[in-house]
Design a protein around this ligand. Structure first.
Ligand code: NCD
Ligand code: ZN
Ligand code: ZN
Length: 354
């Protein structure tokens, strides 16, 4: 990576946690990622979810058809684990290069997770297979126990489920997704097991106060929810540490206005349009611009055992205004627009036009 006061050049980044959705909105959200990132791990939480090879292949085709002309982008597909997922589907999908990992959503933990795993002990056979073939397990790490405080659900998941899981399947490759707590940072960083974590831009910028600032603000509601300030500060240190176990995963999760502005608003923040600029702001504030490339373009690929990208991207110091809303190509009805993260703010780094 080459950095000066006004310009940064780095290997093109990858996004190791991305929601692209499906149907008409797919094209409208994809361009924001494909213009900047080389590859992305595509989350399988569609409705119905991606549980078979043919569903993954068809979805991949639809994604590829939606890539803007002249842009090169590779979607890396994942499988959605259910109680009755056959182990041989995972094995075949992984060996044939269709699945790059499988995602564990505890049932009802987040958006479109009702088909998820109802009890982790029911899918031991899947973990056994994944461990044997070296297939990464990606985890939304929160308990669904309504009696556990919403802000403790990640820490409790680690203690109740993740730690025992890794003790049983000690060679399993695990990505703990979108971590939000010191507990998760400590666990991953000190682990003797093969575990890494993705960190989102929003968890580096906001703490839980953002959801309650002068009223109830669903635009800052995502899962796992942002936590106290001490956790945000620790996440900034982890992300900018350069440690190979932490890498970029935006968890960009678009929901249109009608689903956000509701008495039961959906969880998810659409950060794809300014994701790189958002992360860079944090790295600059933490005096760690020289560690950005490891986080954005090296650590993730290395963990997944994939080659590094060879293309480069340049960012220049330039003020950019983030729009209030983004038209994602639905019907032009403002209720179908999506609010980007940082809407209305000015960011200081911009991607150089090529
Ligand atoms: N992060 C979110 O708040 N929402 C994601 C699901 C997820 O990643 O948990 C979504 O698909 O909307
Ligand atoms: Zn999740
Ligand atoms: Zn997600």
């Amino acid at each position: 990576m080459i950095a000066s006061v006004n310009q940064i050049s780095l290997l093109k980044p990858d996004d190791w946690h991305l929601h692209l959705r499906d149907g008409k909105i797919l094209k409208g959200v994809l361009s924001h990622t494909a213009d900047v990132f080389c590859r992305a791990i595509i989350m399988p939480n569609l409705d119905p979810p991606i549980t078979t090879l043919s569903q993954a292949q068809e979805y991949k085709k639809r994604i590829i058809q939606s890539i803007p002309k002249g842009v090169s982008f590779t979607p890396l597909m994942t499988a959605y684990l259910t109680d009755d997922m056959p182990a041989n589907v995972l094995e075949r999908g992984f060996r044939e290069g269709v699945f790059h990992g499988a995602k564990l959503y505890p049932a009802n933990v987040t958006t479109n997770s009702s088909y998820g795993v109802t009890d982790i002990s029911k899918v031991s056979n899947l973990f056994e297979t994944m461990e044997r073939i070296g297939m990464p397990l990606l985890i939304h790490g929160e308990v669904t126990d309504f009696n556990v405080d919403v802000f403790d659900r990640e820490a409790v998941f680690i203690e109740r489920h993740l730690e025992p899981l890794l003790r049983t399947f000690s060679s399993l490759k695990v990505v703990l997704e979108h971590i939000t707590t010191i507990d998760a940072i400590d666990f991953v960083e000190k682990s003797e097991f093969d575990i890494a974590a993705t960190i989102t831009p929003h968890h580096l910028h906001i703490n839980r106060n953002a959801m309650f600032n002068g009223g109830l603000r669903s635009d800052f509601y995502c899962l796992p929810t942002a936590k106290r300030e001490i956790h945000r500060i620790a996440l900034r240190q982890a992300a900018t540490s350069g440690k190979p176990c932490f890498f970029l995963g935006t968890d960009s999760a678009p929901h249109t206005r009608r689903f956000k502005e509701s008495s039961c608003g959906c969880a998810g923040i659409f950060n794809a349009p300014f994701a790189l600029e958002s992360y860079l702001k944090v790295f600059e504030e933490e005096n760690a611009l020289d560690r950005f490339e490891a986080f954005s373009s090296i650590n993730g690929a290395t963990f997944y055992g994939l080659p590094l990208n060879t293309e480069r991207i340049t960012l220049i110091r330039k003020d950019i205004s983030v729009p209030q809303m983004i038209d994602v190509g639905l019907d032009g009805d403002p209720n179908d627009f999506v609010k980007p993260f940082h809407s209305g703010e000015t960011l200081r780094w911009a991607i150089e036009d090529v």
